[in-house]
Design a protein around this ligand. Structure first.
Ligand code: C2G
Length: 130
C-alpha cells in the first residue's frame, strides 16, 4: 500500500485543516500525520500554540482519515520521518510550495491548494473581537 505523510501545527483545529487531511488521505492507503511540537512553534512563530501538543495530537489522531500521528520535533527532520514511516508521498499545503522539492528523491512531493479564507490567525482575531 501507499503511505502518505503530512505535517502541520493544526492549532485551533478548523475545516481548512480537515480538508487538507482528507485530500492527503485520498492519495494513498495509509495516512501518517506529524503534529508540530510546542517548542518548534515557539522557535518558528515566536508564540505557544493555543492548544498544547498533547491536545493537538489527540484531535488529529481521532480523525477518521488518520492512521497514525507523531510529534514533529524539527522542520529539518522531514527526510528522517519519511524514512521512519516508509512514506511514498509527502503532502503539504501550497503555502509551502517548492520548500520541500529537495526531498523528491526520497518520495513524491505534492502541494495541495489551501482552503480559502480560513486560518488560525483569522479565527483568533475573530474570537477576540466578539
Ligand atoms: N491549511 C489549508 N487551508 C487552510 C489552512 C491550512 O489547507 N485554510 C493546511 C496547511 O497548508 C498545512 C496544514 O493545513 O498543510 C496545517 O496548517 P498549519 O497548522 O498552519 O501548519 P504549519 O504551521 O504550516 O506546519 O512541517 C510543517 C510544520 O509542521 C508547520
Amino acid at each position: 500500500g501507499r503511505t502518505v505523510i503530512t505535517f502541520g501545527t493544526f492549532d485551533v483545529f478548523h475545516v481548512g485543516h480537515l480538508r487538507v487531511i482528507e485530500r492527503a488521505a485520498e492519495l494513498g492507503d495509509r495516512l501518517v500525520v506529524g503534529v508540530s511540537a510546542d517548542a518548534l512553534n515557539v522557535r518558528k512563530k515566536g508564540r505557544e500554540p493555543v492548544f498544547s501538543e498533547g491536545e493537538r495530537l489527540a484531535i488529529v489522531a481521532a480523525l477518521k482519515p488518520v492512521d497514525e500521528v507523531f510529534l514533529e520535533e524539527s522542520l529539518e527532520l522531514k527526510r528522517d520521518y519519511i524514512e521512519r514511516f516508509a512514506a511514498d508521498v509527502l503532502v503539504m499545503g501550497d503555502d509551502w510550495k517548492g520548500r520541500f522539492d529537495e526531498l523528491s528523491d526520497a518520495c513524491e512531493v505534492v502541494y495541495l491548494p489551501r482552503t480559502p479564507a480560513i486560518s488560525t490567525t483569522a479565527l483568533i482575531e475573530k474570537i477576540s473581537t466578539i
